[in-house]
Structure formats: structure tokens, C-alpha cells
Design a protein around this ligand. Structure first.
Ligand code: ATP
Ligand code: MG
Length: 223
């Protein structure tokens, strides 16, 4: 599957979530390519700290994305491709959206984050129209406080009012998500079966289910 992590807002958890999901898939034995399209090369640096078998991280010049993606997808070397985007709206965003089986839109429970998430959702709708591909997406609440706050309640109510589809899993504010950038270890290794590790696997299960459901729907329509 091809999963893109997108938001025009910086610092919402795109790279963190992308690294966690890519690592979890690779640790299960799948061959995973993570394409880092952020000029800051956050994930390229992360992957060098503690390389994971089956996980290839490639920092790509945005200009070369199309060509690189075609070659990688056509090569048959990878079971899954995860794409980490920069926190801005540029041409790679649209190119990545057009190729995705699912778009994960991380956002904190705050008004500015939700507003930026809506910008990406509108971009996805544009790309859907031009490519005639369904491109499912879900908003992912990140850095959520363990105790439900008024702000979180506002965010849930607002998302429901706007009809924005949401992952059931939310990523709680946890040190494991910060430490992974210091030691290179993903939460599925440092917190196996609990905390951030359990959260990441629950998110991965949801991602899989959505991609499978859409794949089946597509086949039904085609048949
Ligand atoms: N659930 C979480 N709990 C605690 N810290 C988190 C969580 N998610 C992300 N962070 C931290 O927040 C910071 C920003 O996260 P990240 O780099 O993933 O955001 P981003 O959306 O990729 O930002 P950019 O747009 O700048 O690339 C990082 O220091 C990361 O460790
Ligand atoms: Mg990032």
C-alpha cells in the first residue's frame, strides 16, 4: 500500500507518524520504502541512527519525486511505500496525493491545526476530481493529552460537525515519540505491547482495514 502523511501545518507529527508506521510494517517483515520529501531530511537522519532490516529510507529531491516513485513502484522491491511530506503546500503534495491509497492527516486538537487539515482535505478533493481516484483520507489527532480536555472535546465536536473522517486511534503526547528521534528506536521496539507501541499498532490496523476496504470496493466497481 501507498500511504502519505500530509498537512500544510508544520510540527503536527507527520514525520513521527510516518516513521512509526513504516518501522512497524518493516518489523513485521514487509519490505518498506519510506520516501522523505522534506528538505530537512528528518527521517533520513532518524533512519541512520538505528537502521531497521527491510526498511529503506530515501531522501528525495522533490524535483525527482515522480521519476523516483515510478521506478520504485515498478521495481517490485517494496511491499509498501510511506511518503513523508514537508509542512507546506507545494507541488510534491499534489503528486503524492495522486498516488496514495490512503492519506493520513495528523493534527493537534487546536483551531489552527484543524483549519490546516481542512486545507489538505480540500486539496485531496481537487486531486480526486482530476485523477478520478477515490483517495481515502483520515484525520489523526496527535499529541493528545491523556485526560480529555475542553479543547479536545471542541476538536471532536467540530470534526463531527464538518463530517471529517477520523481515526479511532489518537496518538497521545508521550516521550517515546520524542525519544525515537534521539536513539532511532521506534515505539514498537521501545514500548512493545504498551503505550506508544500499542497505539502505533492500533493505528496500523486501522490503516490496513481502510486500504483493504477501498481496494475491495474498487474491484467491485471495476467488475
Ligand atoms: N504523540 C507525540 N507525543 C510527543 N511528542 C510528539 C508526538 N508527535 C510528535 N511529537 C514531537 O513533535 C515534534 C514535531 O513532530 P514531527 O517532526 O513529527 O512533525 P512534522 O509534522 O513532521 O513537522 P514538519 O512539518 O516540521 O516536518 C517532534 O519533536 C516530535 O518528536
Ligand atoms: Mg516532518
Amino acid at each position: 500500500m501507498i500511504v502519505t502523511f500530509a498537512s500544510s501545518k508544520g510540527g503536527v507529527g507527520k514525520s513521527t507518524t510516518c516513521a512509526c508506521i513504516a518501522a512497524a510494517l518493516a518489523l513485521e517483515g514487509a519490505r518498506v520504502l519510506l520516501i522523505d520529501l522534506d528538505q530537512n531530511r528528518t527521517l533520513d537522519r532518524w533512519a541512520r541512527k538505528a537502521p531497521i532490516e527491510n526498511l529503506t529510507v530515501a531522501a528525495i529531491d522533490p524535483q525527482k519525486f515522480g521519476e523516483f516513485f515510478r521506478e520504485a513502484e515498478g521495481s517490485g522491491r517494496y511491499d509498501h511505500i510511506c511518503i513523508d511530506l514537508p509542512g507546506s503546500r507545494e507541488v510534491t503534495l499534489f503528486k503524492a496525493l495522486a498516488r496514495s491509497d490512503l492519506v493520513v492527516i495528523p493534527a493537534q486538537a487546536s483551531e489552527p491545526d484543524l483549519r490546516e487539515a481542512l486545507v489538505v482535505i480540500s486539496d485531496i478533493r481537487d486531486v480526486r476530481e482530476t485523477t478520478s481516484r477515490p483517495i481515502p483520507y483520515r484525520l489523526l489527532l496527535t499529541k493528545v493529552y491523556p485526560l480529555r480536555t475542553r479543547v479536545a472535546d471542541f476538536a471532536y465536536a467540530e470534526l463531527a460537525r464538518l463530517g471529517v473522517p477520523l481515526f479511532r486511534t489518537a496518538l497521545v503526547e508521550r516521550s517515546a515519540y520524542r525519544e525515537m528521534f534521539l536513539n532511532g528506536q521506534p515505539p514498537t521496539i521501545t514500548e512493545t505491547g504498551k503505550g506508544a507501541g500499542a497505539e502505533v499498532l492500533s493505528l496500523l490496523a486501522e490503516i490496513r482495514a481502510i486500504v483493504e476496504e477501498h481496494g475491495t470496493e474498487e474491484l467491485r466497481k471495476a467488475g
